[in-house]
Design a binder for this molecule. Structure first.
Ligand SMILES: Nc1c(NC[C@H](O)[C@H](O)[C@H](O)CO)[nH]c(=O)[nH]c1=O
Ligand SMILES: CC(=O)[C@@H](O)COP(=O)(O)O
Length: 161
């Protein structure tokens, strides 16, 4: 019989940190609303959710690592929006945000969820922040809960009595 290792989407008792960029915050505020909505709807208590704002997507990994190192969170979500401009700056911001978020996860063993919307246009970003393409923040909330629970399945948390 093949053993399947999987986790549920019950967020009750989980502690989640969210790092969100101010650059393009008219989009990111919607991503944050979606993330908080997703966490709440799956049982994460409001007092178990904390939000840190940073200047832009490039700074998300740095503060995500600080949150993880605090030991206060079962998962961290990184939110931001990078919209291509006239130069190659877009590529550097996107690539470093993605690599940085992944590195924090792998270095610390705490799930850090990639919620940076990377688009060619403002319209594409709007579509992914609660309109025709859903809400990337909500999707990240679900991923954060699943990953945090999956870590607990693989590495059971010592219960202090
Ligand atoms: N152009 C975008 C940025 N640029 C700013 C960088 O993220 C960073 O804050 C700056 O380079 C200082 O280190 N950030 C975004 O989140 N989205 C963009 O479209
Ligand atoms: C993605 C960005 O950094 C962008 O806002 C920068 O625009 P530009 O490449 O026109 O300077």
């Amino acid at each position: 019989m093949v053993k399947t290792i999987e986790a549920n989407l019950i967020g009750t008792g989980l502690r989640v940190g969210i790092v969100v960029g101010r650059f393009n915050d008219f989009i990111n505020a919607k991503l944050l609303d979606g993330a908080v909505d997703g966490l709440r709807r799956h049982g994460v208590e409001d007092d178990a959710i904390e939000v840190a704002w940073v200047p832009g997507a490039y700074e998300v990994p740095f503060i995500a690592k600080k949150l993880v190192e605090s030991g206060k969170y079962d998962a961290v979500i990184g939110l931001g929006t990078v919209i291509r401009g006239a130069t190659t700056h877009y590529d550097y911001v996107c690539n470093e945000a993605a690599k940085g978020i992944q590195q924090v996860s792998l270095q610390t063993g705490v799930p850090v969820i990639f919620g940076i919307v990377t688009t060619e246009s403002i319209e594409q970003a709007i579509e992914r922040a609660g309109t025709k393409a859903g809400n990337k923040g909500y999707d990240c909330a679900i991923s954060a809960i699943e990953m945090a629970n999956l870590v607990r399945v693989i590495e059971p948390v010592a219960v202090t009595v």
